[in-house]
Ligand binder design. Sequence first.
Ligand code: 6R9
Length: 608
Amino acid sequence: MAKSKLRWQQLFDKVQQCDMEKGQFSWFSNGSLNISDNCIDRHVESNPDQTALIWEKDEPGTEERVSYKELLDMTCRVANVLKGHGISKGDRVAIYMPNSPLAVASMLACMRIGAVHSVVFAGFSAEALATRIQDASCVAVITTDQAVRGGKIIELKKMVDSAVEQCPSVRNVFVASRTGADVPYQSKDVSLDKLMEQADTSCPAEQMESEDPSFMLYTSGSTGKPKGLLHSTAGYLLYVALTHQAVFNCSPGDVYACVADIGWITGHSYVVYGPLSNGVTSVLFESIPTYPDPGRYWEMVERLKVNQFYTAPTAIRLLIKAGDSWPQKYNLSSLRTLGCVGEPLNHEAWEWYNKFVGQSRCDIVDTWWQTETGGICITPRPSESGAEILPGMPMRPFFGIEPALLDSQQRELIGNDVTGSLCIKKPWPGMARSIYGDHERFLDTYLRPFPGYYFSGDGAHRHSNGYYQITGRTDDVINVSGHRLGTAEVEDAMDEHESVAETAVIGTPHEVKGEGIYAFIVLKDESTEDENKVKMELKEMVAVNIAKFAVPDHILIVPGLPKTRSGKIMRRILRKIAGGELSALGDVSTLADPSVVEVIVKLHVVAR
Ligand code: 6R9
């Protein structure tokens, strides 16, 4: 597959040399290739005018098409601008931009010159951006003057200004125009548009070794600091190309729309690298599902004649609430495959997606994977067409993926009807290779919990028919509208408040978001502050330090937290209280002070 699916500058001589226990992975050794060459030049040679991207801008009906030839031109210009500013192979470049062809060209430009991009979701705060820039010592940031989403203006450049103040490693900020607003320039700022006008339209693609890092992407884990996962070049590209083609049954000429943001792994693998490497037309969605109304996706499907559509369960649940009539207004006959990712696709959402969007004739693919896995690992497709697809689970492993369920004694569970920690038994080309600057943490998080296996952090059930169903995270990671957050991250942000003594954050079932955030707060004894004021300030602190989507839905101020005698917070109990399972709190006798539970329950009931 690597030989036939990818274009090599130099062919590899060995397929894999991997050691799961040591955390050493090498795929396609001694080979070299360039991802941007594979994603653009190849297609320009055979079909230059084919549409690479359809930029579905915020206002419906204003889409712009970019051909493979135009994408090459744009990418080379950006690459030459970066090179002209001293950026070279191995340098880290932060990209903080909304979905746009220029954002994609910026990613590909980094690939072209071998710079490692670190795309930071443009919904993250200045503070969160600064932490990520500092962790990777990025030498440059690429951004836009403003962003537009759902008719609202977001002051992107202002965020970058305050982030970059704290980042001495940044030499240049490249500012592109999205709205043309007259934003003030700082000393490091340069106009990307102006520089691109003068730049050359050709730029040789750097020769990259198979295992050279291609990009890094931050994700949350159970400890406070987000991890910058590093991905490979050849293995990653092969894996996303294969999965994209097989899972979505995609071929050149198809119009494929994954409505994710490029700031997440789904945007990397299934908006940019998978689809472009397969030469299809990829839709870049800039808006939100409810703008200008909840028919936006379906109006877009009709207007652009979308063949494959890929979204998140939270969006589907939101649209179900808006009513069945929205998808019925539009001609959805172009659709063939409907995908979902990010969290479990519950039965109700699956049935609605299938009936109202898929008109009961499309394949529904509930795809399970992670930032760390690079691409889709468990999914109903590919399989011979006609093989059953059941709601509520991703079902079958992709080619080359060997899932295993392990118990708390690190024993692999054999047979069916078993539940355990979801691991993968053999290395696969798309897996992340390390955490930037901290390989030990990579080993501790993923490879040491179950020696010899990759550990996902999720639990799963293998049904009697052998199919896999995901049961959710087994660690302190919560999933809010498909966005991963560590409870510790949110706690850290709130602990900074001067009146706060202690915090405990948990995830609680939420009708639309999948999980909502519930924060239990203990104030310092001497605090005389108004509780409502503290709550407002805490919400603001989370928005400023992390992002708006991380702001707790509920904050409950309590006199103490349920703790074991050794001082460990019993989150299990807090989870039950938040979820309203008040009669099933379980054994509280091991707590240092069992009476605190009663008080918390009372406060919770009053607050509700
Ligand atoms: C691609 C992506 C990964 C976590 C993962 C799991 C949850 C993703 C899922 C799913 C149930 C699915 N998750 N897909 N849970 N069914 N089909 O989402 O990456 O942001 O790293 O999140 O999302 O808990 O561990 P990432």
